[in-house]
Structures are given as structure tokens and as C-alpha cells.
Design a protein around this ligand. Sequence first.
Ligand code: ATP
Length: 135
Amino acid sequence: TEETLVLVKPDGVARGLTGAILARIEAKGYALVDIRLVEPERATLEQHYAEHEGKPFYEPLLEFMLSGPSVAIRLAGNRVIEGFRSLAGTTDPTTAAPGTIRGDFGRDWGLAVQQNLVHGSDSPESAARELAIWF
Ligand code: ATP
């Protein structure tokens, strides 16, 4: 088994989609090991998004992530890192496949690629690093 960090980002929480997203995660059979509502400090987000520092979307992304609480989930399951990213869909909800979280719930508007509802770690190394930041 494997663990990953999933975040329901501020847009997902504000739109009342936490339950719908959790339902998909649970239907897949993944185990909720830990879950909490978090209002992160800026320093936490700087750590989490360190790889994007300096990119044009970095500052707006941090501001968005500071705009309200997120739900942080420690999720366990067989190949859950790859599996959750498949459940989430591609980064930009505008073109994410139907049947994925981003494809079904992401709004087609200017900020869709930023406000894409969820985060999931992209490798075992990222998962270990990110779980230590959020839990
Ligand atoms: P995540 O890591 O959050 O699961 P991802 O791996 O699909 O998403 P990354 O490329 O790691 O995407 O980008 C991290 C986050 O930064 C994205 O989820 C999105 O919120 C934001 N982001 C990425 N690219 C852009 C962009 N071009 N414009 C605005 N925001 C962006």
C-alpha cells in the first residue's frame, strides 16, 4: 500500500464539493487515514509549492490558496498516488476528461487552471514531503 496527500482546495470547499469529492475517493476503495480542515499559513504554502516559485502563476496561486480553508487528506491505497491523479483528471479542468473530478466539477472560466478543486501528490517523494508539511 501507498500514501498520498490530497487537498480539496479552497474553491472545492467553498462550493460545497468536499462531500462529492470524498464520495468518489471512498467509492474507489481508498482509506482515509487522516483528514482535517486547514487554514494554512503562507509559509506552509511556500513549502508546498516551492517548485513553482518564480513562475508567473506562483503569487496568484498562493493568494488563492490563502483565500479560505482547504481539506487535507492522508489517503492510503494500492498505487493511490497514480490512481488519485487519474481520478482528479488533468491540471486544466477546461479540458479534463468527463468522469474525473476536474472534468465534472471544474468550471470553464478564466481561472479554471488555477482553481482546479484538488491537489494530489505526483510521486512517492512528493507524497512523503507534502504529508510532512500538512500533517
Ligand atoms: P497539483 O500538483 O495541484 O495536483 P498539477 O500537478 O496538475 O496539480 P502543477 O503543474 O503541479 O499541477 O501546478 C500546481 C497548481 O498550480 C495547479 O494545480 C494549479 O492550481 C496551479 N497552476 C498550474 N499551472 C497554472 C497556470 N498556467 N496558471 C494558473 N495556475 C496554474
